[in-house]
Ligand binder design. Structure first.
Ligand SMILES: Nc1nc2c(ncn2[C@@H]2O[C@H](COP(=O)(O)OP(=O)(O)O)[C@@H](O)[C@H]2O)c(=O)[nH]1
Ligand SMILES: [Mg+2]
Length: 283
């Protein structure tokens, strides 16, 4: 679904190419130009699209391809291989080594809180015992939101003490189990309660700024999470590259979660973010 429009366009271009018994450099250049346009229309970053086309061209112009009996098909095959590589092949699994901690990061409204709850539901379905940890201390409503979602997916939620503004103190309390776990009667360490995965929902910003980066870096340092997932709205479009680059440089993310694919996103953000971070799309 993510690439349905792009997929249709590419199919048309490929059909054209396959139809040629002999193939010239002009045919290839025509096709490549169309592919580049299709990628740009799908909101793929300009440089990412350019590099992709250059890679395909280099391979496609190889002697063996042009002299083969079915040059069109050979070229289509190269396209497929490079597209698969661009998309990162199969979905990468989560690293759930101990202590299994997953840090959700991203801009405001990207879908961190929603994705945290969705991920908790998925892990629970797979037989794990996840816990949601509210680490967005910017807005009291954010903790409420996570608590509500936690109830919906039937996963316990750790809420920091009211008015807590110190992220490390909140994180320490969460890890030690001090604080209000929704639906529980008293404090205890997470492991004692049988939770084996903690999902940390963090605060975002409208734009990446230094205080946000510093807060997340401290949290990362303290928690040493196995997974740092950048949550990004699939409709981010051309902003995707700078968002992904900034977060990855600051935090060395381990994967990307794309949200709102049900909307009118053109999907190109996914390709761009994967390419510039070299990190897999995990969800
Ligand atoms: N349609 C759609 N809406 C989503 C999705 N994920 C999040 N949202 C909505 O986007 C808004 C922001 O999500 P939220 O999880 O609060 O973002 P956060 O600020 O990153 O925590 C909320 O209204 C969500 O319901 C999604 O996959 N599809
Ligand atoms: Mg949130």
């Amino acid at each position: 679904m993510m690439f349905s429009q792009l997929g249709d366009k590419l199919q048309d271009i490929f059909k054209d190419l396959r139809g040629h018994g002999t193939i010239s450099e002009t045919n290839i250049n025509d096709a490549l130009r169309q592919v580049r346009l299709a990628l740009l229309e799908a909101d793929v970053d300009f440089q990412v699209a350019k590099n992709f086309v250059a890679r395909v061209k280099e391979k496609a112009l190889g002697e063996e391809v042009l002299r083969s009996i079915t040059p069109g098909q050979q070229i289509v095959k190269i396209f497929h291989e490079e597209l698969t590589a661009l998309l990162g092949g199969d979905a990468a699994p989560l690293n759930l080594g101990k202590p299994a901690r997953i840090l959700m990061v991203g801009l405001n409204g990207a879908g961190k809180t929603t994705s945290a709850a969705k991920l908790a539901r998925l892990l629970k379905k797979q037989g794990h015992s996840p816990r949601l940890v509210a680490m967005d201390l910017q807005r009291p409503a954010a903790i409420e939101q996570l608590a509500t979602l936690g109830k919906q997916v039937d996963v316990p939620v750790f809420a920091p003490a009211p008015n807590e503004k110190d992220i490390l103190r909140a994180a320490a309390a969460a890890v030690a189990g001090r604080g209000n776990i929704e639906g529980s009667t008293g404090p205890a360490a997470a492991s004692d309660r049988g939770y084996n995965i903690d999902i940390f929902d963090t605060a975002g910003r409208q734009e990446i700024d230094q205080p946000l980066v510093e807060e997340l870096k401290r949290l990362r340092e303290f928690l040493q999470p196995q997974e740092i997932l950048l949550v990004a709205d699939a409709a981010t479009g051309q902003q995707a590259v700078s968002v992904a680059t900034h977060f990855n440089d600051a935090l060395q993310i381990t994967g990307i979660v794309l949200t709102k694919l049900d909307g009118d996103a053109r999907g190109g953000a996914a390709l761009s973010m994967r390419e510039v971070t070299q990190r897999p799309i995990k969800f």
